[in-house]
Ligand binder design. Structure first.
Ligand code: MG
Length: 210
């Protein structure tokens, strides 16, 4: 994907129902982790998830793309820093993540593999009515697995930007993946995964597991 991006900041457990399905209480402050820009792929590309990884899940999310450098941004100013939005699929090697979590190790590998960040072509934020009122949907082979609403986020986009930039400078082009609603499930070889947000876009990818 031809996008200048120094980092992808992802938010974990930002929808209470998803935190519950992973047996976590909703966190008291945003849970942050990073995916490398090398994990990005576009609509139509293949998700490469070798079988040896064990369970690999989809996670449909709203992505915010920074229009300018941001540091110590207030919640009031936060939205003016978002130039574009997109649909993001935070592919997760769940078995590797769970194993790392239970042994107290970082779970970077489970999130950072090549092809583990499918994203739709970004559209201007100004073309979207209200980013707090968007429907998220994810289908596998045509069947709905995830359905959610950005209004159900535990921490709003404004709160996330303010929280992140208190600690970490966001550069123009950096991506924030805002978390996934419930309904995550494992992917198999040949699956067609479609993540969509009406009014924002759709990213469709085939899964390769060998
Ligand atoms: Mg996620």
């Amino acid at each position: 994907m031809n996008l200048r991006c120094s980092k992808i900041v992802c938010i974990g457990q930002n929808y209470p129902a998803h935190a519950r399905e992973l047996n976590f209480a909703p966190p008291p402050r945003p849970v942050l982790f990073l995916k490398p820009p090398s994990s990005l792929i576009a609509d139509g590309d293949v998700i490469e998830a070798p079988l040896e990884l064990g369970r690999v899940d989809h996670e449909v999310e709203l992505a915010l793309i920074m229009g300018k450098r941001a540091r110590n941004v207030s919640e009031e100013d936060a939205l003016s820093y978002i130039s574009m939005v997109a649909v993001f699929n935070d592919i997760t090697a769940r078995d590797i993540q769970s194993e790392a979590r239970s042994s107290g190790q970082p779970w970077a590998l489970s999130k950072g593999l090549d092809t583990f960040a499918p994203m739709s072509a970004p559209v201007p934020r100004s073309s979207v009515m209200d980013i707090h009122q968007l429907e998220l949907e994810l289908r596998v082979n045509g069947e709905v697995c995830q359905r959610g609403h950005t209004g159900d986020m535990l921490f709003s986009p404004e709160q996330l930007i303010s929280y992140i930039t208190a600690y970490m400078t966001l550069e123009e082009g950096d991506i924030i993946a805002t978390g996934t609603p419930e309904g995550v499930s494992g992917l198999n070889d040949g699956d067609i995964v479609e993540a969509s947000i009406p009014g924002v876009g759709k990213v469709t990818n085939r899964v390769r597991r060998v």
